[in-house]
Design a protein around this ligand. Sequence first.
Ligand SMILES: [Zn+2]
Length: 64
Amino acid sequence: MKTISLPCKCKLGWDETEISLIMCNIHYNAYLDKGLNTAADDFIKIVASPKGSHYSPKILESLR
Ligand SMILES: [Zn+2]
């Protein structure tokens, strides 16, 4: 599994079959707030796709 560390200290990992996210405190709290209304996969995409994204199109493509 490939992993990247996000600026907020989340760790995002993915391979062909799954995406995992080890959340920082900020996003963990955000997830607790929104988690009831947001599927985990969708939340991961939100975390991984900040405005002004510096992640490559290939990474974002792999998140779809
Ligand atoms: Zn985070």
